[in-house]
Design a protein around this ligand. Structure first.
Ligand SMILES: Nc1ncnc2c1ncn2[C@@H]1O[C@H](COP(=O)(O)OP(=O)(O)OP(=O)(O)O)[C@@H](O)[C@H]1O
Ligand SMILES: [Mg+2]
Length: 253
């Protein structure tokens, strides 16, 4: 096996007249932390939803772990995990009960609970006996991360995973994701935090207006943008933003 676990070819997704994802091609391998960057509304979350089987593409081909959703949806979904940008709402259920439920649905082995104890320590989760309704945003986010990581999926999709996490938990999550990738899984994450993109990701892809505008390592992006600057400047350049325009607008306020 080539190790390619995510393959997207000319994938298109429209919402009415809006083309949210336009002929996107992606390739992600085992052991990689893949960073997906782009301005608000660029198509990142839509792409994650397509790759995770929550949306159907209008055109193109998606293969996850060498399989497609038409024939093997259940098998794929058992082997991937998704941490969405907004945690889902839960009524009248405690964190512990939710994790038990997930462990039983996914038929996790018994050692899942040993792993869970370590995860809780790493992410500072000490609230599993409380109702999820009463959690803060960051607490819900961490619960979602734990519920996915404990299953040891082959691919993890994380949509802006550090948003809402305190520095201790964010650090724990970053180290954890590196270890999961080094153990052979693939991590697909979106982020607006360019420091995370630069320090954590093995490969970056930049999307703007639904189209991929650049991909490669930070160094390769730097070359493509034809500049020496930091990733923020490169990002602005690649996504067609005009720094002078931003400054002008601020001055006019
Ligand atoms: N369910 C939907 N119905 C209609 N339009 C949608 C829907 N989901 C996304 N869109 C549109 O598709 C485009 C891409 O949205 P998407 O959520 O993928 O952006 P994003 O890159 O994740 O942005 P952000 O950085 O703000 O999270 C936007 O124009 C958005 O309005
Ligand atoms: Mg998004």
């Amino acid at each position: 096996m080539s190790g390619e676990v995510i393959s997207a070819k000319d994938v298109v997704k429209k919402f009415g007249d809006k083309i949210a994802v336009n002929k996107v091609n992606l390739s992600v391998f085992r052991g990689e932390i893949f960073g997906f960057l782009g301005p608000n509304g660029a198509g990142k979350t839509t792409t994650i939803r397509l790759l995770a089987g929550a949306l159907e593409p209008d055109d193109g081909d998606i293969r996850i772990l060498g399989k497609d959703y038409k024939n093997d949806a259940i098998d794929i979904k058992r082997r991937i995990g998704v941490v969405p940008d907004e945690p889902p709402r839960f009524k009248n259920i405690k964190g512990k009960e939710f994790l038990k439920f997930i462990a039983s649905v996914y038929k996790c082995e018994k050692d899942v609970y040993d792993r869970l104890d370590e995860l809780c320590e790493l992410l500072n989760i000490d609230f599993l006996n409380d109702y999820i309704d009463n959690y803060s945003h960051g607490m819900k986010q961490k619960l979602m991360v734990a519920s996915v990581v404990m299953r040891k999926p082959d691919i993890m999709f994380l949509d802006e995973p550090t948003t809402g996490l305190d520095p201790y938990s964010a650090r724990g999550l970053k180290l954890l994701l590196r270890r999961i990738a080094d153990d052979g899984s693939a991590i697909f994450l979106t982020t607006h935090i360019l420091e995370i993109a630069e320090k954590m990701c093995d490969k970056l892809t930049v999307i703007a207006n639904g189209e991929i505008v650049a991909e490669g390592t930070v160094e390769q992006l730097r070359q493509k943008a034809g500049m020496k600057g930091d990733l923020e400047e490169i990002f602005l350049q690649l996504t067609g933003a005009d720094e002078t325009e931003i400054r002008k607008l601020v001055n006019e306020l």
